[in-house]
Design a protein around this ligand. Sequence first.
Ligand SMILES: [Fe+2]
Length: 342
Amino acid sequence: MGLDSRNHDGNIESDTGRIEVEESNFNIHGGHRFLHFLKTIKNIKKGDGMIEILHVSDLHLGKNAYTNGSAKSLLKAVSERYPFAGKDNTYLLVTGDVTDHGKNGEYELAGQALSPFTDRIFITPGNHDYGSWGGTDYTEEKAKHFDDPFASALGFKHPFFAKKVFARQLQDEFGNTLVMIGLNSCAKEGPGDFAQGEVGEEQRKELADILAGYNGKKIPKILFLHHIPNREAALPDVMTLKDWEELMEVIGDKIDVLAFGHQGRLGVATKGKYGTEGEQIRPMKLRLLGGGSKSALRKTWVLDANDSVAEQCCYSIRWDGEEIKPEMIMLGVPDVPSPVKP
Ligand SMILES: [Fe+2]
């Protein structure tokens, strides 16, 4: 299965189910076999199959030896705990900043680290992949390098640089179906943009059209991007997705999972217990959009995987036709010596 024949124009293509029927089943002489086939189909119901997405982010390969070792350790732990071999419906999702500066050598490092997941991976670029001087030194050369040769070697021909929405429908052999939708939130600006991102009007419109196409269909949707989509970052005009409010208007209650990352442990101003300004950092945990209650009619899970390397942790998003309920999976300690001397 490749990731290559779709999405040049933003259209959704579907992996078909894997229930294969021999021609003779439909032959009049193979009537009994056809009846057996029908019984088999009847016994297959939702809940028997499973699509699983494992979400990590911000690998920052190239930053230093410890980060490189920790990122590789995380990917190794993911592939050991979730052997992809023989499991057609398990995928890795990496929400950007795969490199630290978008340098050629760093892309090479990232390509090698992710190559075991070729054709089984969803990715989107982060501001560091587009160039970094604190995450802001954009160059077109670095940005285009993400598409080719980096992403193309992993099985993509998607025009990330052109900021087209990535959309792909997955279906397992039991008919469980979900949609992966990726946005490029990189702002393509040089020093002075302070690592901010922007989805942009064209992508928002394309996203709205895609979501409208699913109106009334009970097919879960996972929306992924690099920047924080659902709130202001710590300081105004720094690190924030410039059009996050417009994006959230488009998203409404139409998305089941919002998955993202973005560099740094942001301080988010919040009222403390006694009315003082406290600081909320971003450890990985399960959150619902807007603090929505579990009894809400429609739940949107918010998965912030920024700390997945530091915490050696991933989210597992499983869809078995019944309910989407992500889990946090702790994968142990990094297989690399700590840079901090005891
Ligand atoms: Fe970032």
